[in-house]
Design a protein around this ligand. Structure first.
Ligand code: MG
Length: 245
């Protein structure tokens, strides 16, 4: 599988530190399999970047051992469980890191297929033939309110409690994970991003940026646009283009 990957992470214009992390991992140089992942950490005393760093390190360690007998989803799920256990342990053993946690959205692209695991309110989109599909559900309080019809999706982006997560990696002993699989076609593009991007840049603008030309320019332009719109949070975007199967 031939893949082109582009990524950018930025502190934004308000926060002092970037607690978002991302990883791009070559899994098999012969097949071209890769993992991409985004983690948006949270917690006081700069614990957020500890949580997101631990989570991606643990996930990468497990997934780099290879696919399970039933495929990559197995090792991705094991990776998230390992990430959850390690962040939870670290939070318990250090007062400065109590309660820390992180979102985690990770995908393996291999042999014409996308396998994805997701916890939290970062997002994954699949862009195909000029349209864009949101693959993940936000594990957030405002998303619950949207589901119940109490507020609109537009209200959710500006709601005072929009940062409250209903699920995160590392905040409880066990974690529930959303899993998604898709067949991929040449020309497909996949975007993983933190809420610092999609809360400021519309889905139309994201689609335009990633359809317009090279994905590196697309990713750079999206982060710039989020900053122009205030950059109130850390901004991370990782995009993959399927060049061939
Ligand atoms: Mg964020």
């Amino acid at each position: 599988m031939r893949l082109r990957v582009a990524a950018r992470s930025d502190t934004g214009r308000v926060r002092e530190a970037n607690e978002d992390r991302f990883v791009v991992l070559d899994l098999d140089l012969r097949s071209g399999a890769r993992m991409i992942a985004v983690a948006d950490g949270m917690g006081g005393h700069k614990a957020g970047d500890v949580a997101s760093s631990i989570a991606l390190r643990e996930l990468s360690g497990v997934v780099s051992l290879g696919a399970g007998p039933d495929g990559w989803l197995q090792s991705l799920q094991r990776g998230v469980e390992q990430a959850n256990a390690s962040v939870f342990e670290a939070a318990l053993s250090n007062d400065n890191q109590a309660g820390m946690g992180t979102t985690l959205t990770a995908a393996v692209l291999d042999r014409g297929r996308l396998d994805l695991v997701h916890v939290g309110d970062s997002r994954a989109y699949l862009i195909r033939k000029g349209s864009m599909e949101l693959l993940t559900q936000d594990d957030s309080l405002v998303q619950e309110l949207v589901r119940m019809g109490d507020i609109s999706p537009a209200d959710a982006l500006t709601h005072p409690q929009k940062n409250v997560l209903t699920r995160a990696v590392g905040t409880r002993p066990r974690v529930e994970v959303q899993i998604v699989s898709r067949e991929l076609d040449p020309g497909d593009r996949v975007l993983l991003c933190s809420d610092g991007l999609y809360s400021l840049v519309s889905e139309e603008a994201i689609l335009q940026a990633l359809m317009a030309g090279g994905i590196q320019e697309g990713v750079e332009g999206l982060v710039d646009e989020a900053n122009q719109r205030g950059g109130h949070d850390n901004i991370t975007a990782v995009a993959v283009e399927v060049e061939g199967l």
